[in-house]
Design a protein around this ligand. Structure first.
Ligand code: R5P
Length: 295
């Protein structure tokens, strides 16, 4: 097994991939020159989750990688952390953290769901990737850092060789992300205005983005129902965009989102493997591996 050399010690790292992040954990282990630890996942007859790490974690430096798009994935993460309670040092990587969008109380009586989830996840340190709202990091009971996949996305988009593309965020919440993705490559960027009417209905207004005759890449942290992007694609195409690509970190893509996006005229969807979907063509494994090397 490859060892990560630090100034004070030789740091042997065991990478444990949870059920939602098997591919990403394997890629991260490979990037670190090691093999992922094998885990067994199953369900008891009554539906409860069974999990087992098929290797010793006692007195080891362990990193768990597990996204939490579903409630079951969150339970699996808690189980994995508990199974590693005798590890020497435990890092937890949550590439996509579910419930992060409920980062405040929007209506009286609501929970801050992101806080409810975060406060249960304890380790020596936690990493997230482009978490929906950075203020969620303070709810973890241990040091937490958000890694940024913007540079990787920018490099990937640059590889398309599009002439003079413009990168556009569908709402002001994605302004910082689109700026970061663009700035590494010197792309033009702008953003639209979004009003959310319900969980799956939005209205998009253009502002003054001139896309006539240009290749457009819409950039957002996540695509869920696809409504935000479908509405944005229609507007940009109506305004004369040559073609519209989508780039996101987290391809949540629930229900018929993919069909809706192609129906709206998207050219292609670029996403990372924080969630493992057919669209996850760009891996964030190098980002995680670098973070672990630099602990
Ligand atoms: C919200 O602010 C996020 O950044 C995304 O824009 C949103 O979650 C996308 O959701 P949907 O695909 O359901 O419109």
């Amino acid at each position: 097994m490859e060892s990560i050399k630090r100034e004070t010690e030789v740091y042997i790292l065991k990478i444990v991939g949870g059920p939602a992040s098997q591919l990403l954990a394997s890629r991260t282990a490979k990037a670190l020159g090691t093999e992922p630890v094998l885990c067994e996942f199953n369900r008891f007859p009554d539906g409860e989750l069974y999990i087992r790490i098929a290797d010793e974690t006692k007195d080891e430096n362990v990193t768990i990688i597990q996204s939490t798009p579903t409630d079951s994935d969150f339970v699996s993460l808690l189980q994995l952390i508990n199974a590693c309670n005798e590890a020497k040092e435990l890092n937890v990587v949550i590439p996509y953290m579910g419930y992060a969008r409920q980062d405040k109380r929007f209506k009286i009586g609501e929970p801050i769901s992101a806080r409810a989830i975060a406060c249960c996840v304890n380790a020596d340190r936690i990493f997230t990737i482009n978490i929906h709202a950075k203020n969620v990091l303070r709810y973890f009971p241990c040091p937490a850092k958000d890694l940024d996949a913007a540079k990787l996305l920018g490099e990937y988009i640059a590889g398309f060789g599009m002439e003079n593309p413009i990168l556009v965020a569908p709402d002001s919440g994605a302004k910082e992300l689109v700026k970061n993705v663009s700035s590494y490559q010197g792309f033009d960027y702008d953003h639209l205005h979004k009003t959310r009417l319900s969980g799956d209905t939005v209205i998009i207004n253009t502002k003054n983005v001139d896309v006539t005759g240009r290749h457009v890449v819409l950039v957002d942290d996540m695509i869920s129902t696809g409504d935000t992007m479908a509405e944005s694609i229609k507007i940009l195409r109506d305004q004369g965009a040559v073609d519209v690509y989508l780039a996101c970190v987290h391809p949540v893509l629930v229900r018929n989102a993919v069909l809706r996006l192609f129906n709206a005229g998207v050219k292609d969807i670029i996403a990372t493997d924080t969630l493992e979907k057919a669209e996850s063509i760009l891996s964030v494994a190098p980002l995680i591996a670098d973070a672990l090397k630099n602990i």
